[in-house]
Design a protein around this ligand. Sequence first.
Ligand code: G1P
Length: 264
Amino acid sequence: MFPIVDKPLIQYAVEEAVAAGADKLIFVTAADKRGIEDHFDVDAELERALEESGKAELLASVRGILPSSASCIFLRQGIPLGLGHAVLCARPAVGDEPFYVHLPDDLIYSATPCLEQMRNHYERHGGSVLAVQTVPDERTASYGIVAVHEQASGAREITGIVEKPKPEDAPSNLAVVGRYLLTPGIFDKLQTTRRGAGNEIQLTDGIASLMEEETVHALAFEGVRYDCGTKLGYLRALVEYGLRDTQVGQAFGTYLDERNQPTR
Ligand code: G1P
């Protein structure tokens, strides 16, 4: 629920997913995360008050929180057993079809929403798709890291994936970021995945076993990623989205310029 200028991160996540064709939004949350459910709830009283007081712009933004094409399912991950376990919790709600996994801490700014780029890739090449980005060697221990093989079609097939390897053990410096398009085959794999790095059930390990049967591709997406799970990434996102804001962007830019002038 951390806001970036005037919307919580989870709202950016929903907008990206809906733009990429998602119509069923499954939130896997934890015990203290009721604010997420409240955010997407309809507040009929607030809408009526805004309507009566003629606040059309505010009313439109409240009504636009959740597009009418989308429905929400909220699930609790009772015990924090890792990302793989969180994805498995969603199995009954997902059913037997390909689905996106979106980690809202990773905010991606791009002309074409990242998940849409992934769907386009899936429609062209099939298989599961993981969004990847090059990271400095010393950062491999914070990510799932992949080895890839370039196919004749130009698609990059993943030939190996390791969760948070030390730089000396990393197969490359191509890191998985918080966007996945997965086939439902992943669920059977996760069902039998044992605890891995950090003593958690890792999505990375489930994907490693999915790769034995199905193709998994890496997509170096177009766009800028802000890791809002870190202080610096969050601050960068605030500044960049602040500067792009249609209402306050210009004034904010002037403020930053003035702030950077040497004092007389
Ligand atoms: C998770 C995944 C990791 C991936 C990362 C992307 O890690 O386990 O493979 O690279 O998200 O943000 P976490 O950041 O939850 O530790």
